[in-house]
Write a protein that binds this ligand. Structure first.
Ligand code: 5GP
Length: 224
């Protein structure tokens, strides 16, 4: 028997695992997008990213289909009304939502997903997916740093930046609804923290399928 770097047991296929949903939330500018990207790019982690749909304008650096699927308000409302969204919310004056089908497919196959969504969406996912959800809130080290990061991005208008700064306080006040909190002072250290959370959550007893039989087998093994 061995434990892989991801923390999964590989006991000749005897112990499997249910997929989990890792949710990251934060105010804009706390570094959540960079962290989500870093987790996605570390392929050995085996995290599948949920690509949200949104009605907001694409930023120059974004790629449609990778960062978001950019759709019209009418198409968004149609998806919502057909129950095609696992959760949805209005954030900073635009609609955002998580398509349901890819999530259900991934979890059924025992794969883990990462969501970058706000606190309103987090509440909805927790209500419907319960124990399969692990939530992390990312905080900036200072409000001044949050403002610098928003301004440095230089892809948004002054009006958008001001709106996001105004909303940041409301979002930060939701921190206590989350399982874990990471203060993102150093991107590398925060990344390590997130991986530690993922590895530990994967080893939770209730997430491991087939443990009773495996332990039964252990105890009935004759050792000479
Ligand atoms: P941004 O416009 O900066 O990409 O995202 C703005 C906010 O919307 C972020 O807090 C982000 O987490 C949130 N968001 C992105 N996608 C979704 C989604 O599918 N559902 C919800 N509820 N929030 C989302």
């Amino acid at each position: 028997m061995s434990a892989t770097e991801e923390g999964e047991l590989t006991v000749q296929g005897k112990v499997g695992r249910r997929g989990l949903i890792l949710i990251l939330s934060s105010p804009s500018g706390a570094g959540k997008t960079s962290l989500t990207r870093a987790l996605r790019e570390e392929k050995e982690l085996g995290l599948e990213v949920s690509v949200s749909v949104t009605t907001r304008q694409k930023r120059p650096s974004e790629i449609a289909g990778r960062d978001y699927n950019f759709i019209s308000v009418d198409d968004f409302l149609a998806m919502r009304d057909h129950d095609d969204l696992l959760e949805w919310a209005e954030v900073h004056g635009n609609y955002y939502g998580t398509p349901r089908r890819p999530v259900e497919r991934a979890l059924a196959a025992g794969r883990d997903m990462i969501f970058d969504i706000d606190y309103q969406g987090t509440r909805q996912v927790r209500a419907t997916m319960g124990e399969d959800v692990v939530t992390v809130f990312i905080l900036p080290p200072t409000m001044a740093e949050l403002q610098h990061r928003l301004e440095r991005r230089a892809e948004d208008t002054r009006e958008t930046i001001d709106k996001r700064l105004g909303n940041a306080r409301v979002e930060i006040e939701r921190w206590s609804e989350y399982d874990y909190v990471v203060v993102n002072e150093d991107l590398g250290a925060s990344f390590e923290g997130l991986k530690a959370i993922l590895f530990a959550e994967r080893l939770k007893r209730d997430r491991q399928v087939g443990l009773p039989d495996f332990v039964g087998g252990l105890l009935s093994e004759t050792v000479t």
